[in-house]
Design a protein around this ligand. Sequence first.
Ligand code: ADP
Ligand code: MG
Length: 231
Amino acid sequence: MIELRNLQFAYGESGFRLKIPELCIPQGRRVCWIGPSGSGKTTLLHLVAGIFSPETGVVKTCDVELTALRDADRRDFRIANVGLVFQDFALLDYLCVLDNILLPYRINRGLHLDSSVRERAQRLATEVGLGDMLSRRPTQLSQGERQRVAVCRAVITNPKILLADEPTANLDPGNSMRVLDALDSYSTHHKTTLVVVSHDREILTRFDDTIDVSEFCVKSQLMTSGSKDDG
Ligand code: ADP
Ligand code: MG
């Protein structure tokens, strides 16, 4: 469950502003966020994940009011409960595939890394065709393989919420389908709320709802943000 009320967020210098009176996404729902480049899709995803805090309003994720938590608690909550696939993957080049997948367990004091977690990481990697690449570094992988590592890392903690920021951008159709199938399959089996940011209208039929994030963006800022292209 994701719940936003009376939310306002602005970046200090750019003048960009999001205003959201109310947005609720029930648990288990699969939603696609669309909108032109610069309309605030990544910003909104980071507000839901608790990476950013709004100026005013309430953000509730998995029934926890993130806006009432201190920064360190919000971070721990996010790593343990929210699976996030970043727009640029955010893999660490000095770690192998297996250690990249296990990263949430290395950076959150509340998560315990044991042999069952390692086995799960290996199983997830095998499911998406990375089973024989566990000891490789991200620089030794194709774009599609790196994106699949990012998906495995996002789901390793069994999150209740899975957020993916343009997970198929820069992928060929075959790899796009593979990544979307992995997200779909995970969310179906675990009744996970899934939010995927995309500008690919062909994939919209996979989702229960489509939300245009530009509705929440203060118009004058969007008009001056340059590109009208999606992205
Ligand atoms: P989208 O993901 O829809 O392309 P973003 O959420 O990344 O859009 O950005 C929304 C707007 O906020 C853009 O105009 C962008 O330039 C601006 N912006 C993004 N990050 C920052 C930042 N750290 N500081 C100031 N402005 C930012
Ligand atoms: Mg973005």
